[in-house]
Ligand binder design. Structure first.
Ligand SMILES: NC(=O)c1ccc[n+]([C@@H]2O[C@H](COP(=O)([O-])OP(=O)(O)OC[C@H]3O[C@@H](n4cnc5c(N)ncnc54)[C@H](OP(=O)(O)O)[C@@H]3O)[C@@H](O)[C@H]2O)c1
Length: 223
């Protein structure tokens, strides 16, 4: 699958470190991206900043609902604590679309200790909330924002893609490749709990080894 054929990608919460990093890399790869924010002005400002930094590349920004309405693929990049509220605000735009969630729940005071959310995972909670006519796929939980923000460097990290529909996973794999990484089919959406749990584990490794670059790599694949 060619990521350039995916249509418009909305990044909900694309004003943040992770979402703007992905947007930067996708725009650089020639994808059509719209930044979503709780405030139209903030989304438009981030889009203008990215465009200026990328030699005038076309990118727009608006409020979250408008961004989701314009999109073929909706990427959710907000803190876990606001996931439920933000999803409710964009729900009218979601039916029949792919919702790619990069949300990694970091519950409790210690960000390096994994606590599963009540619904099993943030991705499972998202699917339960948005309903069966939205296809949720989880990816990018284990890619640090600073990797994405520096679009000149290669990222030594794989992207685990979990979702119940292969076609939706293919979309996420194509988006991982467009962002400069290898996307790996990692099975059902239920498995997103494992990818989400790796995030605090990587935070702990970063703390112990005094770095911020720890990532994951799957071995043994002939890809
Ligand atoms: N940062 C990383 O290295 C990293 C790595 C892997 C996964 N993730 C996951 O990716 C998601 C986004 O990460 P991030 O670091 O980009 O997050 P962030 O900067 O804290 O938030 C992203 C955006 O979410 C919106 N937002 C909505 N409700 C909010 C609230 N109650 N408080 C603060 N912001 C709110 C804000 O946009 P508006 O104000 O424009 O609405 C904000 O710019 C998170 O779920 C995180 O766990 C992050």
């Amino acid at each position: 699958m060619n990521a350039q054929d995916l249509g418009t990608i909305a990044v909900i919460g694309g004003t943040g470190a992770e979402g703007s990093g992905l947007a930067r890399r996708w725009v650089k790869a020639g994808l059509q991206v719209v930044i979503g924010s709780r405030r139209h002005e903030k989304g438009a400002r981030m889009a203008a900043e990215l465009s200026a930094e990328l030699n005038g590349a076309p990118i727009t920004g608006t409020d979250n609902l408008s961004a989701a309405q314009q999109a073929d693929v909706v990427v959710l990049s907000v803190p876990y604590e606001s996931q439920q509220t933000i999803l409710a605000s964009i729900q009218p735009a979601l039916p029949d679309k792919i919702l790619l969630t990069i949300v990694a729940p970091l519950l409790g005071k210690k960000k390096g200790r994994y606590t599963p959310p009540a619904g099993g995972s943030a991705a499972m909670e998202a699917q339960a909330q948005v309903g069966a006519d939205v296809t949720v796929v989880a990816a990018f939980q284990n890619v640090g924002a600073h990797h994405l923000q520096d679009d000149q460097h290669d990222i030594d990290c794989d992207v685990l893609v979990c979702g119940n529909k292969r076609a939706a996973r293919e979309v996420a794999v194509a988006l991982a490749e467009a962002a400069g990484m290898r996307g790996i089919h990692a099975g059902a959406l239920q498995n997103a709990a494992v990818a989400e749990g790796l995030t605090p584990l990587l935070i702990s490794i970063n703390t112990i080894y005094k770095t911020r670059s720890a990532g994951i790599r799957i071995t043994g694949l002939a890809l």
